[in-house]
Design a binder for this molecule. Sequence first.
Ligand code: NIG
Ligand code: FE
Length: 432
Amino acid sequence: MAQKRVVIKRAGQLLTLAGASKAPKRKEEMNELGLIENGAVAIEGGRILAVGTQADVEGVLDQQWGSQWHTDEEIEQIDADGRLVMPGLVDPHTHLVFGGTREYELEMRLNGAKYLDILAAGGGILASTRMTRAASEEDLIEQSTKRLDQFLKHGVTTVEAKSGYGLTLEDELKQLRVAKRLGEQHPVDVISTFMGAHAIPPEYKGRSNDYVDLVIEEMLPIVAGENLASFCDVFCEEGVFTIEQSERILEAGKKVGLTPKVHADEIVALGGAELAARVGAISADHLLRSSDEGIVAMAEAGVIAVLLPGTAFFLMAEYARARDMIEAGVPVALSTDRNPGSSPTESLWTIMNLACLNMRMTPAEVITAATINAAHAIGKAEEVGSLEVGKKADLLMMDAPNYPYLQYNFGVNLVDTVVKNGQVFIRGGQRV
Ligand code: NIG
Ligand code: FE
């Protein structure tokens, strides 16, 4: 199937996001979408064969496929009919695999309970940990597949997925194995992150350093040895893991080949952005409370800011200072943070909308942030995040005449067609 030839023609606006596979877009570059009017894309073997104006692509195909290609019934010809075509979205920060849900906490928070207080009382992440530990691999596959199906319907073709609801060696491995299986059996690509340091499990209450030792000495070597993750992440937060503990874990992760990521300055300004710069993290995520110094340190070290405005919205908190970060030269990416507590959504479009209206990112910047910059945040920018010859044919046809419309017609899913690895999985908004 993936070997099939496909042509998408008559795109009103074709957003290629080309030219940034080597380094993420910063500052004014984030507004450059590589826009081509009246564009086309040709696909062969699951990869992009040609991309450009309709005339240019037709010229390439006449040469490569012969002049009869227009009428060849073996070639799938998709008429965009003036709709917008763009790369599949990349979600660089999710907690995809977990058991159960926590809708009751929303009511508690609306009645005044604080997110970290719910966690300290054994709820929050620890409630999800109990449900995840109790779930079998098959249960987790079933529950997480539904979430991946939603991602796909919303045009997300690659996701990062963190462990961190197991908090024992066996249960962390269970989550990571599920993520790996999902990546193999579902159209959406899944890139794994080990996050054993997501919370201090009840067995280690009051002995957090012992738990950090367990993460470093037992979990990290096995996770890396079994090749179950590419990244190592830590919830560096007041009452969770301190700066010192986080640094120890991230440095130990580096030694076994896992690239650092940090849940930084989400609720309290602990200096997570500075930590990310110091350890050479590929990204620092959340950053609602980051200091000016932290932002400058990230810009200098080239750390990508993965902003998650869904959590600010859902926790009724202040938003991250996206404008200050972009002006300081920090490359910004966006993500759902899909998780059961602080951001239970698969709609990266909702996140882009929040980023646009509540963090004042432009309609162009949010697209860059959810495609090529997001791909950089998970080390996949050579493969996905833009439409360029040789890259994976992951692309969307949107029910929109132009890109600002994507932020304007809010609250609905404008995805018409999703192509993943050259195969159509969503057509007319429905799974095929
Ligand atoms: O990214 N902040 C820590 N972890 C998640 C929330 C996890 C949860 O509440 O289950 C986050 O917001
Ligand atoms: Fe998160």
